[in-house]
Unconditional design. Structure first.
Length: 821
């Protein structure tokens, strides 16, 4: 590692020029990569882009990613050399303006995918010109771009394309504050032939409401929509109805998180989506109006199918939804009844989020564990989650990979984890497939973590932040057993000392992210030992570690950790502003592409060293053989080749004679067998046909009268059921009308009562305010009078003193002897 990354230490981590390995496939730089990814390279400037575009093999590039770089219009002007680009990403390039965008639309006519996320200097007119000039563009991402307006979407909806493959397929307009419902309506009412949009994201567009989706019901361009994201919009069941009718047959993923107006009736309209064979993901996070009735409505069609299958008495073929992911986080009105339905009908769910469900209890989660056997990720919350739930999860959910039970102080530790990993009869933990577990803010103890470490050998991610009972014993257990651990979060875990860091360093765990924030018992010695042996660390959080010195942290970053960004010591002003010397001490990771580049260079360095070693050995061996026995080796080689040639010729001749004789005898045998099999098969077929026809005629003759009688009986019972059901529906409709009238009257009385209460409260508040105002005015007048009196008294005193001084001077002039005496 040191040899491969010796050029990337200290301040040299900020690359001044693009290395050849970044954009070339070969070591000599003769073949350019199809995809050049410079994402989040803060040091990428216009010179980088000029160097890449000027490369002799630059014309072969198809994808260029410049997200998060400091490229300006001057650098974009050189993109005309990459004329075969089909995908371009300039997201978060805040220095690019309309001038750079005009360069792109003039020279990159083959562009198919274009991403402009969070670019704030583009106008709507130039964006429209880009869409018109780039005639093959079908994927567009403009998230957070203020230049996205209704006029831009109208241009997209009205611009005709030469072929259906060049029409809009993928559009992301999230967080576009200037976009309204009219813009989405233009897309839905588009007249472009062959338009078949597959992805549409309209998250957090605050001016988009229900009317934006009015044309979804009849839009031909949205019939093939597979992903729709509406997070943070103020839509209700009206919009849901139009969406389900328009694109419900092809929709695979729907995101309605933070839609505060969604009610139980909206979920009733979503029921066809759940029954769809292609729908796999639903996100309803932070929807406070959804209750157990809504979840019941959501699975209503599935419940009907289940009841029909029960009539056939075949439980093995009971219908299940194709839903793979369901997010119900922070839906406080959902309880155990909903979890029972999810466990009953969601047998294919692999990812489930139940955080923030205060009404969920042990019984509901146990039904989830029984019904969702293929569950791979679950986030639990609620009350009364006991060890029985963990036991059932361990037995039924054999594919569980991710478990989140954070912020729970009532865990039955370590019993719950022992039940989760379920020991065998001999007391040995079988290997458990769990890879990620979040235990932050819980009462987990060292023994519980040791049990997890012993059973979950594939553990890659664990969060033990804010766990008061965790000490070095738990960390040592992880270090000695979890050899695939990549992320370890120990923030505000006061029992962690240098002993934990030494244990991690001793076993050389391949850690990539380590959080030690708030651990005041960690010192410089432990940090040096950790960084010296765990050099794969990409992110190291040391906020609040008061015993660590910034000098040692900078040393570790410069010489021991090649995958972290350059660390700068905090100034005095920043130290005072943040409240301490170590409050902002975080070693952030380099961009992923940079890390991959370093790893590629490391592999090439190792390969080069190995090749050099092998080549030296081979040269020595060859020289020795040639020096000692060159003639003898040549004679033996010639003799061996001659013997081998004779043996091969002899064996080939014998093989040929054998095959020739075998073929003549086999032809006769096959001919006789074919005649015998044919005669026997014809006899059997004639016998079977006669028997089958005779049996069929007998069955038909006996079944015909029985069928006629059964059909008459069934028709009579069907008419009876219909008559009774019509009466029942009429009575239900009458009761609903009476109930609605009562609710309307109660609402009128309640509004009148609230109005009276508000009026009385207003009168009381007004009387109180008048009294306070008068009191303040009285105090103010008293204060002003005292102030005026004091001022006037000062004037009178000065005047009197002046008069007295004049009088005394006059007396002194008139009677000087008196004063002298």
């Amino acid at each position: 590692m040191k040899g491969a990354t010796r050029h990337c230490q200290g301040d040299m981590k900020s690359l001044a020029a693009p290395p050849t390995e970044l954009f070339c496939q070969d070591v000599r730089g003769k073949v350019l990569k199809r995809e050049i990814d410079l994402r989040n390279f803060l040091g990428v400037s216009n010179n980088w882009l000029i160097a890449i575009a000027s490369h002799p093999a630059a014309s072969g590039s198809r994808t260029l990613v410049l997200e998060g770089t400091s490229i300006t219009d001057h650098g974009i002007a050189h993109l005309h050399k990459l004329k075969y680009l089909t995908s371009l990403d300039i997201s978060r390039c805040h220095a690019i303006t309309d001038e750079g965008l005009n360069t792109i639309r003039r020279h990159l006519s083959l562009l198919q995918e274009f991403r402009l996320d969070e670019c704030h200097h583009f106008s709507s007119a130039v964006l429209s010109k880009v869409w018109k000039d780039c005639k093959r563009l079908h994927t567009l991402s403009v998230r957070g771009c203020p230049g996205v307006t209704d006029a831009f979407l109208q241009c997209i909806a009205n611009t005709q394309r030469s072929s259906a493959a060049c029409t809009l397929r993928w559009l992301d307009v999230r967080q576009c504050k200037n976009l309204t419902s009219s813009g989405i309506s233009y897309l839905a009412s588009s007249s472009v032939k062959g338009m078949a949009m597959q992805h549409l994201a309209v998250d957090d567009c605050l001016s988009v409401d229900n009317m934006a989706f009015f044309a979804f019901e009849t839009s031909p361009g949205l019939r093939s929509l597979t992903l729709l994201s509406l997070s943070g919009l103020g839509i209700d069941e009206t919009a849901v109805s139009w969406i389900v009718k328009g694109c419900g047959s092809t929709l695979q993923r729907l995101n309605v998180a933070r839609c505060k107006a969604l009610s139980d009736f909206a979920l009733l309209l979503m029921a066809p989506l759940i029954s769809s064979p292609v729908f796999v993901k639903l996100n309803m996070q932070d929807c406070p109006l959804i209750t157990d009735s809504g979840i019941k409505n959501l699975f209503s069609l599935q419940e009907e199918k289940y009841q029909i299958s029960n009539l056939d008495e075949n439980d093995d073929d009971s219908p299940r939804t194709q839903l793979l992911s369901l997010n119900l986080k922070n839906c406080p009105n959902i309880g155990d009844d909903s979890l029972v339905l999810i466990g009953k009908h969601g047998g294919n769910i692999s990812k489930l989020n139940l955080k923030g469900l205060r009404k969920a209890s042990d019984s509901g989660v146990m039904e989830i564990a029984k019904g969702c056997a293929v569950l791979t990720s679950i986030s639990l919350s609620g009350r009364n989650i006991t060890a029985q739930t963990f036991k059932l999860l361990g037995k039924m959910c054999r594919k569980l990979r991710v478990l989140d039970v954070s912020e729970r102080h009532d865990l039955e530790t370590p019993g719950c984890f022992m039940n989760l990993v379920s020991t065998t009869a001999s007391g040995i933990h079988p290997p458990h497939p769990l890879r990620r577990i979040d235990l932050s803010g819980t009462n987990v103890c060292d023994i519980g973590v040791s049990v997890l470490a012993a059973a979950c050998r594939q553990l890659e991610w664990i969060n033990l932040s804010k766990c008061a009972q965790i000490t070095d014993f738990a960390t040592e257990a992880l270090a000695s057993r979890s050899f695939q651990l990549k992320v370890l979060l120990l923030a505000n875990t006061r029992g962690i000392t240098d002993r934990s860091l030494t244990a991690l360093a001793f076993t050389k765990i391949p850690l990539e992210i380590l959080d030690l924030s708030g651990n005041t018992r960690v010192t410089d010695e432990g940090l040096l030992a950790l960084c010296a042996n765990c050099q794969q660390i990409q992110e190291l959080r040391l906020k609040g570690c008061d015993r660590l010195s910034q000098k040692v942290v900078k040393r570790c970053n410069d010489t021991l950790l090649p995958f972290t960004k350059p660390f700068t010591t905090a100034s005095l002003i920043k130290t005072i502003a943040t409240g301490g010397a170590n409050s902002t001490m975080v070693l952030e990771p380099l961009p992923k592409v940079h890390i991959e580049l370093l790893r590629v260079m490391q592999e090439r360095y190792r390969a080069a060293v190995m090749l050099q070693t092998k080549f030296r050995k081979w040269k020595n061996k060859k020289f020795t053989i040639a020096f000692l026995a060159n003639r003898r080796l040549l004679r033996e080689t010639r003799a061996a080749r001659k013997i081998q040639k004779c043996v091969r010729d002899f064996l080939a001749w014998r093989r040929f004679l054998h095959l020739l004789s075998l073929k003549e005898s086999m032809d006769k045998i096959v001919y006789v067998q074919a005649h015998a099999r044919g005669n026997r098969a014809r006899r059997e077929v004639r016998t079977w046909r006669f028997t089958a026809n005779l049996a069929a005629r007998r069955i038909q003759r006996c079944y015909h009268p029985h069928h006629i009688i059964r059909m008459k009986i069934r028709n009579y019972y069907a008419r009876e059921i219909q008559r009774v059901y019509r009466g029942y529906r009429g009575r239900q409709r009458y009761q609903r009308l009476i109930y609605e009238r009562k609710l309307e009257c109660a609402g009128k009385i309640w509004r009148w009562y609230r109005r009276c209460l508000n009026y009385r409260e207003f009168q009381a508040r007004s009387k109180w305010l008048v009294e306070k105002i008068r009191s303040i005015q009285g105090q103010w007048r008293k204060y002003k009078r005292r102030q005026n009196f004091t001022k006037y008294m000062a004037y009178y005193r000065d005047a009197a003193i002046k008069i007295q001084s004049v009088w005394r001077r006059k007396l002194a002039i008139l009677h000087p002897p008196i004063l002298l005496s």
